[in-house]
Design a binder for this molecule. Sequence first.
Ligand SMILES: Cc1ncc(COP(=O)(O)O)c(C=O)c1O
Length: 359
Amino acid sequence: MIPVVDLRAEYLAVKTEIDAAVQRVLESGWYILGQEVAAFEAEFAAWCGVSGAVGVGNGTDALHIALRACGIGPGDEVITVAHTAVATAAAIALTGATPVFVDIDPATYTLDPARLAAAITPRTAAVIPVHLYGHPADLGQILPIARAASLRVIEDCAQAHGAEWQGQKVGSYGDLACYSFYPTKNLGALGDGGAIAGNDPALLERARLLREYGWPPQNRYVSEIEGMNSRLDEMQAAILRVKLAHLDIWNNHRRRLAAVYAAHLPPTVVKPVEQPGCRHVYHLYVVRSTDRDGLRERLRTAGVATGIHYPVPIHQQAAYSHLPPVSLPATEQAAAEILSLPMHSTLTEKQIEQVCAAV
Ligand SMILES: Cc1ncc(COP(=O)(O)O)c(C=O)c1O
């Protein structure tokens, strides 16, 4: 079976370095918020092209903390998409704010800026563009609309480590950017991990306080603000430092694989696009078919695993049924037609050709 992702193969590709990093942490005697986390935060911020980063427990916490650092809470509305990991909406709800879903651009599967302005109310405090699958959301239109309405912009970069818009990495445009290092991500830990990155020292400082009970560094055990516990651990930080050094090569490999897909896939499926001025990093390679379920079954029989990201849009999930009903036709159609084909850092061009032949 050709798998959608292969986490073991990625580990084996850098095993010597990871084993040494883990050993270094084991022998250090320091396991939470130490030198490895500090070094990773500095290296990751530099790689992202921003002034700072704060390591946290996972991507959902990164979004939750970023929203709270921006002062968002009960009574506020936060606009985002329903075509994303449920984590985006869960993080909004965790702050006490209300998620407001707008439709997507069916070409890129990201927030449709034409829907953004119409969804803004006096209670809207922020917008979360999700750079889904590795393709940048339409920042060229989203940023001016958000600025004109004095909204905070928190970029959900959980699937977009290294994606670029106008030659600069996404995550460097909004007020704060949030990353997940869930093992399958383009930069994945061997456990949970996340980060908040950005250029605003005051917001980053507030995020740093929030991740550990609101304790200032000079006065541990005394909370300055009400915070939580969401710390990146030393082991994951050391592993992420190893993998970060390989990330550009892995992202370039994903882009090469996408080009092979584009050259060999039949016209019966709709391929992903890369809009002008954008650099896609293909966290997922998602095609569309009006016979998605039939295609999925035929691929399974031919030895090709696939995924659906995501099968039920958030506004149609039971957990969010208390929100006012919305109609999101592009989102709903995408959910019925999308199929994620194998895509990962150790996949080969030959395997892609096999997948394409099966399609
Ligand atoms: C778009 C998006 N946002 C947020 C998250 C949340 O990240 P985590 O699983 O690390 O909490 C994920 C990953 O699942 C994601 O894909």
